[in-house]
Design a protein around this ligand. Sequence first.
Ligand SMILES: [Zn+2]
Length: 321
Amino acid sequence: MKFLECKSCGASMVIDPSGTTAHCPYCRSRYVLDHSDTDYYRDFYERMRGFFKLSKEGQERRVRADELWNSASEEVFECTDGRKIDIKSLNVFRDRDATVYTARQNIIFRFDPQNAAFTDKFRKAVSSLDYPSADTKTLSDFFPTISGGFGLTDGSALLAVKKSEDEYPLRLFGRLDGRQTAWIVSRLENLCCVLEYNSLVHTNFDIDDVYIDPYDHTASLYGSWWKVVPNNTTVSGVTYTTRHNLVSLRSIAAQVLGFESASDVRETGDLLKPFADFIRSAPASNAYDDFAHWDEVLIQSYGERRFVTMDTDDEQIYGKR
Ligand SMILES: [Zn+2]
């Protein structure tokens, strides 16, 4: 994907799902895009959503993915041990703490020298993760596995996390309709249950931390693990409980649907009232109850197990949870 730089600070801009405006996650500047950029991003999102219609085994899937990766940008980093690391990335996202590159089989987090200690925080949070015993195999796939760490000559630190080739940042799909967002919400509820099980709060859980596989309809929580804290931790005067994960879930769903925030969500098109109400609602006190409530909302909105029109069977949609 083409990158737009912030005119104030040089960070990579975040393009909104409609492709009409962009904001800088670093200095918060906002811009209105010109027509050619708007056309480009609308077309890009449309092509990404086209993946939803392809089968995992199909040849078409490979051809389109190769096309996408051929347009990826390249950056070379020099390691303190003399090695050079060549990163070909589809998406670069920079926030206050790190620059995040989406490569074909990895996500690479680059921390500036003053933030280099975040790599240890990331490793520690991930290594402590535990899963309900029956689900270990399936669930651990949706959380980070660290594949390497490197010190760079400029003092910054790289941390690489594995991902499957078919996983892409959720943001790259632009705006999704109600039915598509519904399976993503189901997956996010599942991820929140794992956080709950581990008594962890992801203090900055947002759309850029989530990666989805458009063929298998899975979602993984790979980002910002240095911001994960134990339940009931106070950071800068705010006490975070696991309920915060569920508030974030609603805000991510709102963004995917093309709304600024959860409180702005209104029923429209195939986004039905029970679903819109759910996103605006305060979460249940824990992720298990919230997930149970969501399952009811799903049935009220789209009927039992009929909310996805893609070629997917029930086991893939609901997973083994
Ligand atoms: Zn900026």
